[in-house]
Design a protein around this ligand. Structure first.
Ligand code: 6PG
Length: 231
């Protein structure tokens, strides 16, 4: 399926973060009004942390939120390099989402065992309401990196990743097809370092981010620095 792309450009990182947080809360209200629950997949990495921080103050029905992770680094629980550890420190410790509704990837068990276990967790969830993703400088997203491993990304829901070019090498990632089973997908892209990846995406090159093809398309929220256009 071809990827439907919508670009939303913001003047700076602060505006991107606050608009992104507003869009997430809006999506939660729509999902909860329609189905009584909000299934949200969180993006790892640095960029979305500023968005998560703004969610601390949000007026939301946290009791209806179920959180999942698009990928995780295979480090011990609580390790500061883990996405769930960093997201908890910047957001989750400030809001009353029931702990049993925060579905971390058991990445401490190693890529293969964690992928098998998390695929079982996801069996209970159909289409996600919203998936959040970042974009790497090489066009990767979650832990789906360019190269031969990407080809198997369609086969299963959750993938073990070894030798990832972005350290740590051992990771677990939702597959492109599972990340695409979503009503909405937001990419958060910020800063001049992403300019080449954004340009490749814009030109239609087959970067991993282009493999995310939810039926309603994806929304890319980026700042002018990442777009490579400065007034
Ligand atoms: C990870 C992320 C990864 C990230 C991109 C962008 O665990 O590393 O899932 O895919 O989203 O590498 O990272 P930044 O937002 O830090 O640039």
């Amino acid at each position: 399926m071809d990827q439907i792309l919508r670009w939303h450009v913001y003047p700076d990182a602060a505006d991107l973060a606050s608009r992104g947080a507003q869009a997430i809360v809006r999506a939660s209200r729509e999902a909860i009004a329609a189905r009584g629950v909000f299934h949200l997949v969180l993006a790892g990495g640095e960029t979305p942390l500023a968005v998560y921080e703004r969610l601390r103050e949000a007026k939301a029905d946290w009791s209806a939120w179920h959180l999942y992770f698009g990928d995780e680094r295979c480090r011990p629980r609580g390790d500061p390099a883990r996405n769930d550890t960093r997201i908890a420190a910047r957001w989750l410790e400030y809001v009353p989402i029931p702990p049993d509704q925060i579905h971390s990837i058991p990445a401490e068990r190693g890529p293969e065992a964690a992928a098998t276990a998390y695929a079982r967790t996801l069996e209970a969830v159909g289409e996600f309401d919203l998936v959040l993703l970042g974009l790497g400088e090489d066009g990767h997203t979650a832990s789906l990196f360019p190269g031969p491993a990407l080809e198997i990304a369609q086969a299963t829901d959750v993938l073990p990743v070894r030798d990832a070019p972005k350290l740590p090498g051992a990771r677990v990632s939702l597959s492109a097809s599972r990340l695409s089973q979503a009503r909405q997908v937001f990419f958060f892209v910020q800063g001049g370092a992403k300019r080449a990846a954004v340009a490749a995406w814009w030109r239609g090159e087959d970067i991993p981010a282009r493999r995310i093809t939810p039926p309603q398309g994806v929304d890319v929220l980026l700042d002018v620095q990442a777009l490579g256009w400065c007034p």
